[in-house]
Design a protein around this ligand. Structure first.
Ligand code: NAP
Length: 268
């Protein structure tokens, strides 16, 4: 089996580092380079965390130079929304398929990437959550929303997260909105005595974002009806929880020629 050549953007980050290790333990993956805005010309294996021959690959600050020299099949991006978009666009322009875990992409970003995938006839996967359990939680939430109109989403993350609400919470709300009868929840005359007390409003349902050190990534979707509640809950306890989804996405993106936003669209 031919190996999948992979470039990782953001290899020193918390997610990026796990993705590097994933390539090291996956037989059919081969790391061929990394994009790191602080290290040009070094080898990744020179860095303390990557002291292993499997990671003896060049580090680049310039994405075009990187793609031209190491010619990957897939670019995995785990950086920031601004750079993630730039990396995904540039990769597609070079015929390289992006797998993006970076969150915070706007609808305009998604539309632009969708058009670029079509133009270049290449797939791109954007997965706000790579944890397969979290994807199932989203799918189950959509099923439950057919029967429960009242729902509140509570997402909990570590305090270094830049975007709120989380990509997973927004995606969950979007999936619920596809089947839920539109409804403004709570008392019609409810007033916030402190701004933000009721959380963000998405189509009348509320999303609450909690940020605390010690947390990784957690979400509860609470449905309420007469005399009962239903809570769907998912917890990622460490960042390796995301890696089975990264491996799945890399394998799937090779077969794709359109933009896929969310692993739920390709998980049966
Ligand atoms: P992090 O630890 O801050 O890592 C981000 C890394 O990107 C840092 O090492 C940063 O380097 C690097 N970086 C920034 N700009 C860059 C550029 N232009 N080129 C190359 N590298 C660059 O963050 P994280 O926790 O790993 O999260 C990264 C992204 O993944 C975030 O958007 C987060 O929300 C998302 N995430 C997704 C999932 C999922 O399942 N999809 C799960 C967890 C997190 P410096 O620190 O040196 O600036």
């Amino acid at each position: 089996m031919e190996k999948v050549k992979i470039v990782i953007a953001g290899p020193r980050g918390r997610m990026g580092k796990e993705a590097v290790y994933l390539t090291g333990r996956t037989d059919h993956f081969e790391l061929v380079g990394v994009l790191d805005h602080k290290h040009e010309g070094k080898r990744l294996s020179e860095l303390e965390d990557f002291n292993n021959p499997a990671y003896d690959v060049p580090m680049y600050t310039d994405i075009e130079k990187c793609l031209q020299e190491v010619k990957p099949d897939v670019l995995i991006d785990l950086t920031t929304p601004e750079f993630g978009m730039f990396h995904a666009k540039t990769a597609l322009q070079y015929g390289v398929r992006p797998v993006v875990g970076t969150t915070g992409f706007t609808n305009e970003n998604l539309k632009e990437l969708e058009a670029l995938c079509e133009e270049m006839d290449r797939g791109c996967i954007i997965a706000p959550n790579f944890a397969l359990g979290a994807v199932l939680m989203m799918k189950f939430s959509k099923l439950a929303a057919k029967y429960f109109d009242d729902v509140e989403i509570l997402e909990l993350h570590h305090d270094r997260k830049l975007d709120a609400p989380s990509g997973t919470a927004v995606k969950t709300a979007e999936l619920i909105a596809e089947v839920r009868k539109p409804k403004k929840q709570g008392h019609p005359e409810e007033k916030e005595t402190i701004e933000g007390a009721r959380g963000a409003d998405f189509d009348g349902m509320r999303i609450h974002s909690i940020r605390l050190p010690g947390l990784i990534a957690h979400q509860q979707v609470m449905f309420g009806a007469e005399g009962e509640t239903l809570t769907l809950k998912h917890d990622s306890y460490n960042r390796t929880s995301f890696m089975s989804g990264v491996r799945f996405a890399v394998d799937e993106v090779l077969k794709a020629n359109v933009l896929i936003y969310g692993l739920e669209n390709i998980m049966e």
